[in-house]
Design a protein around this ligand. Sequence first.
Ligand SMILES: [Zn+2]
Length: 260
Amino acid sequence: MRGMTLLMVAAWLLVSACGGASTPVEHGGAGHGAVHWAYTGEGAPEHWGELSEEFATCGTGQAQSPIDIVGAAGTDLPALVFHYQPAPLSLINNGHAIEQEFPEGSTLESSGRTYTLKQFHVHGPSEHTLNGQSFPMEMHFVHRAEDGSLAVVGLWIREGAENAALEGFFANMPTAEARTAEPEGLTLDPATILPADRTYARYSGSLTTPPCTEGVAWHMLQQPIEASAEQLARFAALYSGTNRPVQPLHERALELDNTP
Ligand SMILES: [Zn+2]
């Protein structure tokens, strides 16, 4: 039963990709599968908008992600409040990224709204840049509100000390063939992954993978976390170049929290 559920989740994630929690691309299998988006070749990011009508926003959207976090206007943003709970280690390799799935119980409060943590996944190198600087990896904590709207908390990972909170993740990442990993007895506490400094920049953006749906509330934590060179290399051996290039800001506001 559990295996069956996981398979279904994996199949669903395969079509819903980066913002896995969203529903815009959740439709019947008929007709799907003809389009293969990727990070290189014919399915590369510059072609995403032409691969399918459903992906048109990737090419025409004016509020796309990721972006370069630069020149943010300083302001007092409300603190992000994390109510994160430990969860069983439950990893999926969806063909584009490695994801950790979360059961109900972990939530995020942002600007008076409550979102439920659905999953996190990782990109390498980073998708968002900081004043033009790239990082070896970027984590996306994907949350969904009751009305379906999405909030993502993004976290840069730089090379440094070994990351104990993420060691179970790095040590058990499934290959694309294995698809899933649920090692018995291992848990992961998302609260311990977050940096002490929760200063963030926010803007309204999109999923960074097709269908590039907009209306995603982005929160980029400004203090990178660290992982060892060995941990980063383990991920790079599975995935590299899984970052969409930065997109134009256009008319959007980019706000940086000034609150001490
Ligand atoms: Zn992502």
